[in-house]
Write a protein that binds this ligand. Structure first.
Ligand SMILES: Cc1cc2nc3c(=O)[nH]c(=O)nc-3n(C[C@H](O)[C@H](O)[C@H](O)COP(=O)(O)OP(=O)(O)OC[C@H]3O[C@@H](n4cnc5c(N)ncnc54)[C@H](O)[C@@H]3O)c2cc1C
Length: 411
């Protein structure tokens, strides 16, 4: 049996491990356009902020390809998948066939497409190389940086640059950072903390063009304002890396539609990680939850299924824990639904208290939560969401900052 895995990220390597556990002889080939061994992608922001050296990024000691008897093809991008001939083509023209395929190609950072975007010192932030290039630029002297986007990556980049004592402007369309993850109350608490550390946030604006000789020197905003800057990091979201697949041959929406076994609509071809669109437990609909722990679990389950041991994937759940200088922030499930979608939202605490909790219920089922500080009860809330446990005690009790969770057992 020949297994082919596209992507050497957390999903791909967990799949390879599961296949190897099941079958010591199967051929496993892994292709990636990155040349470095599997590493912790969420940790690249710690390399940028200087709290970790990049040597700490690899996920495994030694040579994981040798350990798992994987034939790696690195530094090459898959450009075409031909499901009919069960083969892929690489950018150098090489063809590679397979019996079972896992698409674990993750996501690519969305590029900024404005005039001047090709100038030096304008980066995205997705790979280890991106961050090493950013550090090289910083080493040559950076006074003012511009971070585009207030999502998780933009936010982590801004946080890291501030820690390096660089003046940072954040440009976002929403009124506060992390607007996709948290509500306005939590967002404003985070914003206040970042502003207290020196972040300058401009809301409702975007960049119209960059200007400079060789390196970026200024950004021209759509308001006409000009901002001097010598480094730009764009965190304008990601797109699943699926450009080598024909949408006519495989069912895709944002990601690859997978069944309960993480198999795509083409038998023998599986997807895991940031490429896979599976059922989201909190939303009760298909969703791409592009987070590290789900990628790991999906990779492992896909690997077992590829190797012939049927394992059902229970569905994904969005979750994140962040330390923002002196704030601990946790989001779970459908933390910030659009208003008027039939949810009951209970909020406790807020900016003046320095502690905040928001719980989102659909009927008596907890669907999401935001916790700012005192996040230690988040594990129990996550279990309630994940297992769709009906809450039979008064919901306000659960939202209380001092709630004694042992009461759940007595109800
Ligand atoms: C800065 C940053 C911070 C993050 N922080 C968090 C966090 O705090 N918590 C969290 O849960 N998640 C976080 N994430 C998201 C998390 O890293 C991803 O969800 C996870 O890495 C997805 O794993 P994956 O294996 O699906 O894909 P990836 O890690 O993207 O790996 C896919 C690999 O496939 C390669 N590839 C892509 N296309 C091709 C192709 N056509 N041919 C060959 N190779 C290809 C890619 O280059 C890559 O090496 C963060 C991401 C970033 C960038």
């Amino acid at each position: 049996m020949k297994h082919l895995i596209i992507g050497n990220g957390i999903a791909g390597i967990h799949a390879a491990g599961a296949i190897r556990e099941m079958d010591t002889e199967a051929e496993i080939c892994m292709i990636s356009d990155e040349t470095v061994p599997p590493y912790s992608r969420p940790m690249i922001s710690y390399v940028l902020d200087g709290s970790q050296p990049h040597e700490k990024l690899p996920l495994f000691p030694g040579n994981i390809y040798e350990t798992l008897k994987i034939s790696p093809i690195l530094g090459q991008r898959v450009v075409i998948l031909d499901p009919d001939s069960q083969s892929v083509r690489l950018e150098d023209g090489t063809g590679i066939d397979f019996h079972r395929l896992l698409i674990a190609s993750g996501a690519d950072a969305r590029k900024i497409r404005v005039q001047g975007a090709e100038l030096e010192n304008i980066f995205t932030m997705r790979t280890q190389k991106d961050v090493l290039d950013q550090l090289e630029a910083i080493a040559k002297g950076v006074k003012t940086a511009l971070v585009l986007g207030g999502g998780l990556v933009g936010f982590k980049a801004a946080h890291a640059l501030l820690k390096r004592s660089i003046r940072v402007f954040m440009l976002i369309t929403s009124p506060y950072p992390l607007a996709m993850q948290v509500d306005e109350i939590a967002g404003r608490m985070i914003l206040k903390e970042l502003e207290a550390q020196g972040l300058i946030v401009k809301t409702g604006v975007s960049v119209a063009a960059f200007d400079g000789d060789v390196r970026v020197e200024r950004a021209i905003l759509d308001t006409g304002e000009s901002l001097e800057c010598d480094l730009v990091i764009a965190g304008k979201g990601v797109e699943p890396s699926l450009d080598f697949i024909s949408r006519e041959k495989m069912a895709m929406d944002t990601g690859i539609l997978v069944d309960d076994y993480l198999q795509s609509t083409i038998p023998g071809i599986y997807a895991a990680g940031d490429t896979a669109e599976s059922i989201d437990i909190a939303r009760q609909t298909r969703w791409v939850n592009a987070i590290w722990p789900e990628a790991a679990v999906q990779g492992r389950i896909a690997g077992f299924n590829m190797a012939g041991r049927p394992v059902v994937y229970p569905g994904s759940l969005s979750r994140n824990v962040m330390r923002v200088f002196d704030l601990d922030v946790m989001t779970l499930g459908l933390a910030n639904p659009d208003p008027g979608e039939g949810f009951t939202i209970l909020r406790t605490g807020g900016e003046t208290k320095g502690i905040y909790r928001s719980l989102v219920f659909r009927d008596n089922i907890l669907a999401g939560a935001i916790l700012v500080n005192r996040i230690e009860q988040g594990g129990i809330l996550r279990a309630l969401i994940e297992n769709r446990v009906p809450v039979t005690i008064p919901m306000a009790g659960l939202a209380s900052l001092d709630f004694d969770f042992s009461k759940l057992l007595q109800s």
